[in-house]
Structures are given as C-alpha cells and as structure tokens.
Design a protein around this ligand. Structure first.
Ligand code: SF4
Length: 319
C-alpha cells in the first residue's frame, strides 16, 4: 500500500475549476486512492450476510436485486427469509412467480421479484442451477443489467469490473471530479472514469469495487459527508475546492404519497396476504379514487405482477 498516495492528476484541475466536466479518463491515475480506500474498508466494512463466504454467488445476486433502490436495513430481513426458503436458484425457479412477489414483501419496485424469479429459471435452464461466472453470461440473464452483472462477477467471483452504483458515482464525483453530485443518470464519461480508476490487479479491483461502494454508503453520504473520517479526504477534489454547492439540474426526489406507485403498493399488499383469489370489491376498498385505482391495477396486470381471473377476481401470478 502506498503511504504517500499520488494525487490523481485530474484532481488539481478539478479543484481549480469546479465547473469542470468529468476529467478525461486517460488523465486519471487512481493508484493513490486504492490503498487508503481498501485499507479503510478492511477495518470498517459492515458484516453483511451477502458478504460472507457462505452467501455464494446466488446470495450476492439476490442481494443486488434487493438493494437496488432499497436501503440495507429494509433488505436484511427479507434477504434472510428469501435465502432460507430458496437457498439455490433451482428452489426459487420451482415455485410460481407469484411466490417471489409475495416474499418480496414491502421492499418496493416488485417487478424486481419477477425478474429475479426469471433469472433463477434461466440459471436453472442454461447453467445447470449455478450462477454463471462470465460477465457476458450474467448479462444475458433476464433482469440483469450492466451494474448487476459487474457486481456479481466482482463480489461473488473476485473479478475485475467497474461496479458503478449511486454510492460509487457520488464518491468519484466528489473525490475525482470535484463535484458535489454526479449527473442524474449515469453517463459514458463516468463509466470511462470508473474503468480508468480500476486497479489492474484483479483481487484489488474486486476489493476496490466493494470499498468505494461502502465509503459512499457510510462516509461520503449524499446529504452529509463525514469528511473528517474519510480515508481520502486529503486528496478529495471537491473538498480541496472548498466543497462548492451543486450547480447542475435539481436533484430528483421521489414522491410516493398519492402516486400510482402508492396505489399499486396497496393493491399488491392485499394480494400478498390472500391465499385465495381476491374479488374486485376488496381491491376497490384500498383506494377511493376509481380512475387512479383502475390505472394502478391495469399496470400491475400488464407488468405481470397480478393475474386476472374470471369473475372479477385477481391473484398473484402462477405461471
Ligand atoms: S473527503 Fe468528504 S466529500 Fe471527499 S470523498 Fe471523502 S467524504 Fe466524500
């Protein structure tokens, strides 16, 4: 580990010019960041079940599906129950998709449950029940995008991939680009930067991926970064520039109350609890506004989360 890390060359210019775009990836040298961040991770990483060896690639994959847009504290109990019930992809694939939606509980964005079920079925059919190691094979699974494929390949199999989630993007935006927040949606320039910062060594790259994510989750948080306990504070471009406030487009906030998402959540909650098909009248009672309620129910049906039966009855999907 380097004791006096080299300051990434992009940082000095970012510190001088806070409106700078993402630095050219070729100009970035992340070697000075690798040691401090991975050393910090070795000391401060949370003991999360999907990080334990016994979690295996399936445990990592399940956690990655659940953690998208959902905090760790809410994921933990559902994750534990899920793995206890379906310890292998084949166990999940053997049950109807509606059981995945039921077990998803209140994690939100329940289409993820259907996608995870579809991924488990594909793993069973194409890979004999073992989560594949190859990034391309992971990416070919239903519901697995670039982020999840990279995360599983890196966290489960120790491979060298840029794993770019919200937390990592925020750390890179601040530490390297000198901006308080990354763009609203991931850009090609950010991906390039992430690849440029990736350690050459495979094992170190895998630790770096997990460590930068943890740093963003625990220290370099969105609203109140704790720079005094950050291992790269002395090198952070944003901090060196005086922590300039965000000047870009307003940060997106996700409203919930009164939205179709809320209505969908209420409808699904009734169906999750039911062991027999639910009559329309019971669903009508969850939300007063009929047009919005019908729209929400139609959306659930077209997303495959709810199965309409004859006679105005509904249930979670069985096939
Ligand atoms: S010094 Fe502060 S802003 Fe910079 S990376 Fe660390 S926690 Fe984030």
């Amino acid at each position: 580990m380097t004791s006096t890390p080299a300051i990434p060359s992009a940082m000095s210019s970012a510190a001088e010019n806070t409106s700078a775009a993402v630095p050219a990836a070729g100009a970035v040298d992340g070697t000075g960041l690798h040691g401090p961040v991975t050393d910090w991770f070795a000391e401060h990483a949370r003991d999360l079940p999907w990080r334990r060896p016994e979690a295996g690639a399936w445990g990592v994959m399940v956690s990655e599906f659940m953690l998208q847009q959902t905090p760790v504290s809410r994921v933990l109990p559902v994750y534990e129950q899920w793995l206890a019930r379906w310890p292998r992809p084949a166990d999940l694939a053997a049950e109807p998709p509606g059981e995945a939606v039921r077990a998803w509980g209140r994690l939100g964005y329940p289409r993820r449950a259907l996608r995870l079920h579809a991924a488990a079925s594909a793993i069973q059919e194409r890979h004999g029940g073992d989560v594949p190691r190859e990034h391309a094979q992971l990416l070919a699974l239903p519901g697995v995008g670039e982020y999840t494929a990279a995360a599983v390949a890196s966290f489960a199999y120790g491979q060298r991939h840029a794993v770019l989630d919200t937390n990592v993007r925020r750390v890179f935006a601040r530490a390297v680009t000198g901006r308080q927040y990354p763009p609203n949606a991931t850009t090609a320039a950010e991906r390039k930067l992430a690849r440029a910062l990736l350690p050459e060594d495979e094992g170190l790259a895998a630790r770096w991926a997990a460590a930068t994510m943890e740093l963003g989750a625990l220290v370099c948080t969105a609203r109140s970064p704790e720079c005094h306990r950050c291992p790269i504070a002395a090198q952070c471009a944003w901090r060196l520039a005086g922590s300039p406030v965000h000047e870009g487009p307003p940060r997106r906030t996700q409203a919930y109350a009164g939205t179709d998402r809320q209505v969908r959540g209420k409808l699904l909650a009734v169906l999750r609890e039911a062991v027999t098909p639910v009559p329309q009248g019971v669903l009508d009672a969850v939300w007063d506004e009929p047009v919005q309620r019908a729209r929400a129910l139609d959306g659930l049906v077209s997303d495959g989360l709810v199965e309409p039966l004859g006679g105005g009855r509904y249930r979670l999907p069985h096939a």
